[in-house]
Design a protein around this ligand. Structure first.
Ligand code: KIV
Length: 265
């Protein structure tokens, strides 16, 4: 039986754009939940939160703890958790770990990055009623090089074949990362499931960005990232003000003091 939240995503294909962002904490998820269709607890947390150079060392525990936090701020939108790189090396391990993620966090689905060898793993999960989102093009768990995929007719054909296989194996949607506009268009037009683009042009059914990138706090801004805010500046200004007030003994004042005063609402 298809989860109601997934149904809501599927019916948007060819009708309305699907809006997706990443989150790793309850506070951010609470804001996103009001506006977006899908929140992804991405393994991009590796670089964004943990300062790691790639996503390879993110653990099951990292994903579970952050998804639990995000779940607390999520009610309306579909919550998807990334499967860590080494958590789905074979069918048995993938099934066990996907079930742990769903059970421990209460998320709705998992995402796994496709390489040419793991289509059967995806199929195994779907057969066990685990909703799966696919991910092709630039897949940081398996590709080192950050480049545009599908720049020639033969590359586009290869990507289309891959996307169709992922659809056939039962994924409910698929992330297209760093695809040429032509490839994104061909795949989006030929698939029945929604495509979610990142760095893949407007020719997709929906879009996703890493929230910290679009807010301007991650320090990593590839060309496809539009900074919708510059929170770095806002945070720096607040920290400077705090520093000055502490040094000048302007903070805390009596009303910033718990003892002998009422709690603020
Ligand atoms: O890990 C992540 O945040 C992702 C998105 C960029 C699609 O996979």
């Amino acid at each position: 039986m298809i989860n109601k939240k997934i149904k809501k995503i599927l019916i948007k294909k060819n009708k309305k754009k699907i809006v997706c962002l990443t989150a790793y904490s309850k506070s951010i998820a609470t804001i996103l939940d009001k506006y977006v269709d899908i929140i992804l607890v991405g393994d991009s947390m590796a670089s964004v939160l943990y300062g790691q150079k790639n996503t390879h060392r993110i653990s099951m525990d990292n994903i579970i703890q952050h998804t639990l936090s995000v779940k607390k701020g999520t009610s309306k939108c579909l919550l998807v958790a990334d499967m860590p790189k080494d958590s789905y090396k074979n069918k048995k391990q993938a099934e066990k770990n996907a079930k742990i993620i769903l059970k421990k966090t209460g998320c709705d689905a998992v995402k796994l990055e496709s390489n040419t060898k793991n289509y059967e793993i995806l199929e195994t999960l779907v057969k066990k009623n685990i909703p799966v989102m696919g991910h092709i093009g630039y897949t940081p768990q398996f590709n080192k090089k950050f480049k545009i995929h599908g720049q020639t007719t033969s590359e586009t054909a290869k990507l289309l074949k891959e996307a169709k296989l992922i659809e056939k194996k039962g994924a409910f949607s698929i992330v297209l990362e760093c695809l040429s506009p032509t490839s994104a268009k061909v795949i989006t037009n030929q698939l029945k499931i929604p495509t979610i683009g990142i760095g893949s042009s407007v020719n997709c059914d929906g879009q996703i960005l890493v929230t910290d990138d679009m807010l301007g706090i991650s320090g990593f801004y590839p060309k496809f990232v539009k900074k919708f805010a510059n929170l770095n500046r806002v945070i720096e200004k607040a920290v400077k003000k705090y520093t000055r007030e502490v040094k000048l003994k302007k903070f805390p004042k009596i009303n910033n003091f718990l003892y002998g005063t009422k709690f603020r609402k």
